[in-house]
Design a protein. Structure first.
Length: 387
């Protein structure tokens, strides 16, 4: 009877103690985000662990020998181990949530924040897995039979490890690849990538798989080892600003300089353009037509896609409204004399009319940004000739 009263009193004292601490944490949570998260998340595991520990100590001190004492004490030990593992896991999750809240990704320049978020998410999964494995191991070691078998298990550990590694080679490879991705900075959550000829965003990175949200809201699920063994494009590894092209085929008679001015007007009239690059170049001249490539820049991949479509639409509309003679056409020679396809009142375009130094005609030159790109793709300086 004394032992029962002692257990009840100990449990009641534990409940009172935990509730007092809980109320103090809630009051502190009015001014502290960490205290508010602690009060909300660890209340139940903390209450369970303290009650079990108090009951165990009360039985140990006030209960004498009774039938099943060893089993009851062993069960309480197991429950205490599980409760404290739950408490440690809850504490780690709170700390990780605080880190994620501090490094929010909904800001313009979030490259570092996305890297930290990726690492914290991966550490959360590793932490939970480690707590579960360690807790299970500690609970098993409380059984005398398991400790007795330990020596024989260690003796055959080499063979068991080899068999297990062979059987779980793919799974373990993906797990290690996930940890490698988290700290190698190859990809991060919210990175824009092109993988398997699909353009999308890294939505989730786990220990075994990477979920890519395709632009049309499909999901491409790949093993983490894919990103450590195969090439892929990461458009936002260093910065979210990117370059993109819009190509159109036109006739040889197209006034390129006038189109260049229209491209500049379209870019300047749109808030999608980040005012870095707006270039129109002739990249091919074959099969009776020329190919114009408009190179533009935007702050991120989503804005770039819309800007490319806008530029393509603007150039096509301008050609249709102002230079229909510049539309692509097929030519056939009839007779011995070639006819001049230019309008009667048009003036021949001489090489002197072309401004080779115009910023709008150069990708790797003209302006600080173009000069920097040119320097990045240029080779080493040639050595001076020796006399």
């Amino acid at each position: 009877m004394t032992a029962v009263v002692a257990v009840v009193v100990a449990a009641a004292a534990a409940i009172v103690l935990v509730e007092v601490i809980h109320r103090l944490m809630k009051r502190a949570g009015r001014t502290s985000v960490l205290a508010a998260d602690l009060a909300k998340t660890i209340h139940r595991p903390f209450l369970t662990a303290v009650i079990l520990l108090a009951a165990q100590q009360a039985i140990r001190v006030y209960a004498g020998d009774f039938p099943g004492r060893a089993g009851v004490m062993h069960g309480l030990v197991l429950f205490c181990i599980a409760a404290f593992a739950w408490l440690i896991g809850a504490l780690s999750l709170v700390l990780e949530d605080v880190a994620l809240a501090r490094w929010r990704t909904d800001v313009p320049d979030n490259r570092r924040r996305r890297r930290i978020k990726t690492q914290v998410v991966m550490l959360r999964r590793v932490t939970v897995a480690a707590i579960v494995v360690i807790t299970a191991g500690i609970m098993l070691m409380t059984f005398p039979g398991v400790r007795a078998v330990g020596a024989s298990l260690l003796a055959s550990a080499g063979l068991i490890s080899a068999v297990a590694a062979l059987a779980a080679q793919t799974t373990l490879g993906n797990v290690f690849a996930g940890i490698q991705l988290a700290f190698s900075d190859a990809i991060r959550v919210d990175d824009v990538v092109v993988v398997e000829q699909e353009w999308g965003r890294i939505e989730e990175i786990t220990l075994t798989v990477v979920v890519v949200q395709i632009w049309d809201d499909r999901r491409l699920i790949l093993p983490t080892s894919y990103f450590t063994t195969k090439p892929f494009q990461n458009w936002t590894r260093t910065t979210s600003a990117v370059l993109g092209t819009a190509e159109i085929d036109v006739d040889w008679s197209t006034p390129v300089d006038a189109l260049r001015g229209e491209l500049q007007r379209v870019c300047e009239s749109s808030d999608l353009w980040d005012k870095r690059v707006c270039v129109l170049q002739v990249t091919e001249a074959t099969d009776g037509r020329i190919r114009l490539r408009a190179l533009v820049s935007a702050a991120d991949a989503a804005a770039l896609w819309d800007l490319r479509c806008l530029v393509r639409e603007g150039l096509v509309s301008w050609i249709w409204e102002n230079q229909r003679a510049a539309l692509p056409r097929l030519r056939a020679e009839v007779g011995d004399k070639l006819r001049d396809p230019r309008p009667v009142n048009s003036r021949p375009l001489h090489h002197a009319d072309l401004d080779a130094n115009s910023d709008a005609a150069r990708v790797f030159g003209g302006g600080d940004d173009g000069e920097a790109r040119g320097a990045a793709f240029s080779g080493p300086e040639p050595e001076p000739a020796r006399n």
